[in-house]
Unconditional design. Structure first.
Length: 73
């Protein structure tokens, strides 16, 4: 997959979080906005945007240096 397409897909998903409280995103009204759930949310949304022949293995979200969570399906 072209990296610019991947970057655009990730930016489209994560732009939902720009300048708002996480609890304003429907998913996080039902789920704790922990790093683990943010990684899962991004994974599930990104998986739908990728070509069928690609396999998404994991998403890693870093809250701050050395503090991260990874979601693997």
């Amino acid at each position: 997959m072209d990296f610019s397409q991947l970057k655009t897909a990730v930016e489209t998903i994560t732009s939902e979080f720009n300048n708002i409280s996480m609890d304003r995103v429907d998913y996080f009204q039902r789920n704790n906005p922990s790093a683990e759930n943010v990684a899962k949310y991004i994974y599930e949304k990104l998986e739908l945007k990728l070509p069928k022949e690609l396999e998404l293995r994991s998403i890693k979200v870093e809250e701050e240096q050395g503090c991260w969570a990874e979601y693997t399906k």
